[in-house]
Design a protein around this ligand. Structure first.
Ligand SMILES: [Fe+2]
Ligand SMILES: [Fe+2]
Length: 246
């Protein structure tokens, strides 16, 4: 694969772009993504305040921020939506919608947001864009928060997986290469609550047709890597499975 320039936004598909911050010393990279549809632009897990200047520069290289109509917040963590108040000021649209599960909305409203929320569970876990394209949401409770969601885009067969499929490593690459499973181990064992929940989630998503797994940390998985990672996480003990008895 040609060397990618992580100082620029990187196209995953024609419509989906990585706009993350790449810091050499960082072992944990955050991956915000932009989905540019015909008349709507969606921003997935826009990220943190420290990364914001770089993220926003990459967004502006691709779109006018005023064209962003939806921000999808997979859960409430600061690395996912710490920059939301600043972002919504820059987008500056009265009709901006923050898409999340209600268990997340109850918490992210404390960031002091003014936009209208789109609680996914009140919309049959779907969002229809103005083009007619339909995005589907999967509620993945406790992976790793009560309102955590994934977003499935059937058009590109992409699954935005939030913290699930995340990874930590010294040799980060945007697209997974080499031994991509081992860097996922410590992340899931620390941040995911149990194999019972994780394996059930894997059983749900293995029924989907997936060409791209787009996690909020770590590397993008494609092709055969998708099923390899699902099988790996299905069998991985984590969280309470490993906790010592008090
Ligand atoms: Fe998180
Ligand atoms: Fe995260």
């Amino acid at each position: 694969m040609a060397q990618l320039n992580y100082d620029e936004a990187i196209a995953i598909t024609r419509e989906i772009h990585w706009v993350g911050f790449h810091g050499e010393p960082a072992r944990l990279h955050c991956n915000p993504y932009l989905l540019i549809d015909e008349q709507d632009v969606l921003f997935f897990d826009p990220g943190s305040i420290p990364d914001f200047p770089v993220i926003m520069r990459k967004v502006i290289d691709l779109v006018n921020p005023a064209h962003i109509s939806f921000v999808v917040a997979s859960h409430q963590d600061p690395d996912v939506c710490g920059n939301l108040p600043v972002l919504e000021d820059i987008i500056n649209r009265d009709d901006l919608r923050i898409v999340a599960h209600n268990n997340t909305i109850q918490l992210i409203r404390h960031y002091g947001l003014r936009s209208t929320y789109y609680p996914v569970e009140s919309h049959e876990a779907k969002l229809t864009l103005r083009s007619g394209r339909v995005l589907e949401f999967l509620h993945t409770p406790y992976l790793h928060s009560p309102g955590a969601i994934m977003t499935y885009d059937p058009k590109t067969k992409s699954l935005f997986t939030s913290d699930v499929f995340g990874a930590v490593s010294d040799n980060w690459s945007l697209f997974a290469q080499g031994d991509f499973l081992n860097p996922m181990k410590a992340w899931h064992q620390t941040y995911m609550p149990s194999n019972r929940l994780l394996s059930r989630c894997m059983e749900r998503i293995e029924k989907l047709e997936i060409e791209h797994i787009l996690p909020q940390h770590g590397s993008i998985l494609e092709g055969a890597q998708v099923q390899q990672a699902i099988a790996y996480l299905k069998a991985l003990p984590c969280g309470v499975d490993l906790a010592a008895e008090p």
